[in-house]
Design a protein around this ligand. Structure first.
Ligand code: ASP
Length: 597
């Protein structure tokens, strides 16, 4: 028997017991006539003691143990004199009688502790060692518990988990497809699903009524920000529901996760905030509503005083930073630098200090009198002691910039309580989004999203104004999920494809199967998909989804541990009737050299 207990299990109640443990050597240290070894497994760490006086040979053997050796010991549980009450096993230690080395280990390339000295790339290369670190393992344990709760909850609500295929054809989620050549159908390719969207809709046509699946999705995007080429969704679909039925149902799932995993009761119904309002008040379609600091429009109060920047701007708005009137020159300069960063992209920041004494000091004193500034303060709800921060420019981009500035101030002023959760639904997204580059409309969500009936007539006059029955679940500024009520009749679906610039032939070729299915009694239906990795990251308090995934890819989409993607053998290419353009490749390789390693 390799072990009678795990390394996280023994405590003072086991004192006097003879036990056998197996695990990894976390560290070993000699102290006078004693050697102490921390023995680790998935469940915890137990201290082992080898006594030179009792057994010199055994103690010398223990001193030779290197980090990460796998050992098995037998010994007696004893109360420690030097207790560590932070560890569940911290009141006891094992007085070792026998030591058996099960396997040796090379010195690991980084320390396997919470605070590791391994950089990202090194940790990824030796991910199996990284996964031994408790911090990472805890994320995966959390992920597992969440998956179990999701399955139990949804199953209890009559949802059934159905697997959908991975070798399919393109699904329109707005990214590039990963493709897989078919050997049996030379010259033809499968696409990996960007989501199971069309299949889950077909399952509704098939009468499945309530479907879910915890499923891998694949999107070939540049991995800026926090993306992975393969990620996991909690994909769901329901029949015979309108928008509010569906949102209520999934509020139930969300509340269940908060309760069972985080011990947090969310008593209020989630606010349902129209997209327009989210942008207007928060400069973002995923507002962090843990704090106020809403954007206030100032355009009408700034006009006609000779300040060109404001007069010529389409949009002039600001936020109020409570109690910040005493900001120094340096602090204001930092904020100006922040809004001028290329990612934020504004030309400058106007500030108004509303001093405690009731006077004003601003960067536009030349143009605006104290009376003018008082009007701004009134319009913005600022009080003495507050700082007003104002941006001007083109509406869409300036609003977004102000949204970023709002978040920056929220961070600076510690307004984002990590323990507070403020879920909300953002609803009524525009159905279509105009793309300047290609001069055409794209589906903001995807082409199966149902427009509001009352907006249908706008399809011909002002398609950009048509609202969609689409919604996102946003928690603390993170988009956790999104979905929509679907189109379930062929005519409307065809109209949608027309508006998206698909020819009839293209639409039929790509989605004929779905439109065909709509002819056979498709029920009204809708659904949603949650980013599972992201939800785990939110609950784990992580900024990145990477450490919620056992084997993630790096920013270049590579798995550096298994060294993938990689080239394939000539014979494989031949079988697939494929040829690699070697000359072209060389040119790219010299351009991006180093990236592949
Ligand atoms: N398929 C959508 C997505 O992946 C979600 C949905 O509409 O259900 O974003």
């Amino acid at each position: 028997m390799y072990r009678t207990h795990t390394c996280g299990e023994l405590n003072i109640n086991h004192a006097g017991k003879n036990v056998t443990l197996s695990g990894w050597v976390q560290k070993s240290r000699g102290l006078g006539g004693m050697t102490f070894v921390d023995l680790r497994d998935r469940y915890g760490i137990t201290q082992l003691v080898f006594n030179m006086e009792k057994d010199g040979e055994l103690c010398r053997k223990a001193r030779k143990l290197g980090r990460e050796y796998v050992i098995q010991i037998t010994g007696n549980v004893a109360e420690r004199s030097n207790k560590n009450l932070k560890l569940p096993t911290g009141e006891i230690e094992i007085l070792v009688d026998t030591l058996h080395v099960l396997n040796s280990s090379e010195v690991p390339p980084f320390t396997i502790e919470t605070e590791t000295d391994g950089g990202d790339e090194l940790r990824m290369k030796y991910r199996y060692l990284d996964l031994r670190r408790q911090v990472i393992r805890k994320n995966l344990e959390l992920r597992h518990r969440m998956a179990m709760e999701i399955r139990n909850y949804l199953s209890g609500e009559n949802f059934i988990e159905v697997e959908t295929p991975v070798l399919i054809k393109s699904t329109p989620e707005g990214a590039r497809d990963f493709v897989v050549p078919s050997r049996m159908n030379p010259g033809q390719f499968y696409a990996l699903p960007q989501s199971p969207q069309t299949f889950k809709q077909l399952l509704m046509v098939a009468g499945f009524d309530k479907y879910f699946q915890i499923v891998k999705c694949f999107r070939d995007e540049d991995l800026r920000a926090d993306r992975q080429p393969e990620f996991t969704q909690i994909d769901c679909e329901m029949s015979f529901v309108d928008r509010d039925n569906l949102l209520d149902a999934f509020e139930g799932l969300s509340n269940h996760l908060f309760r069972s995993i985080m011990g947090v009761e969310i008593n209020d119904k989630y606010p349902r905030m129209p997209y327009d309002e989210a942008l207007r008040k928060f400069g973002s379609d995923k507002p962090d509503t843990r704090f106020g600091m809403e954007i206030k429009d100032l355009k009408e109060h700034t006009e006609g005083k000779g300040f060109q920047v404001f007069d010529s701007a389409e949009y002039v708005s600001g936020i109020v930073a409570t109690g910040c009137a005493d900001y120094s020159r340096k602090q204001l300069d930092e904020l100006t630098d922040y809004v001028k960063k290329p990612q934020i992209g504004t030309r400058g920041l106007v500030y108004v200090k509303y001093n405690e004494a009731g006077t004003f000091k601003s960067s536009v004193d030349k143009f605006y009198s104290p009376d003018d500034l008082q009007k701004w303060a009134d319009a913005m709800g600022a009080a003495p002691g507050d700082l007003m921060l104002i941006l001007a420019g083109e509406t869409e981009s300036t609003r977004k910039a102000l949204g970023e500035l709002r978040l920056e101030m929220g961070r600076k002023l510690n307004l984002m309580d990590p323990k507070a959760y403020r879920p909300l639904w953002v609803v009524d997204f525009p159905l279509l989004e105009w793309d300047e580059e290609t001069n055409r409309y794209y589906a903001m969500h995807h082409p199966f999203t149902r427009p509001y009936e009352e907006d249908l007539e706008l399809f011909d006059s002002d398609p950009g104004k048509v609202r969609a029955k689409a919604y996102d679940l946003v928690i603390n500024g993170v988009e956790i999920g999104g979905g929509s009520i679907r189109i379930h009749n062929e005519d409307l679906q065809q109209k949608m494809f027309d508006n998206l610039g698909f020819t009839r032939e293209e639409a039929a070729k790509q989605f004929g199967f779905l439109m065909g299915a709509f002819r056979y009694g498709a029920p009204p239906h809708g659904g949603i998909a949650f980013g599972f990795d992201r939800w785990v990251a939110l609950f784990a308090g992580l900024d990145s989804i990477r450490d919620t995934i056992a084997f993630p890819k790096n920013n270049a989409g590579r798995d550096v541990m298994i060294d993938s993607p990689s080239s394939i053998a000539e014979e494989q290419l031949e079988e697939l009737f494929l040829e690699v353009k070697k000359e072209e490749l060389k040119k790219i390789e010299t351009r991006t050299s180093g990236r592949k390693q």
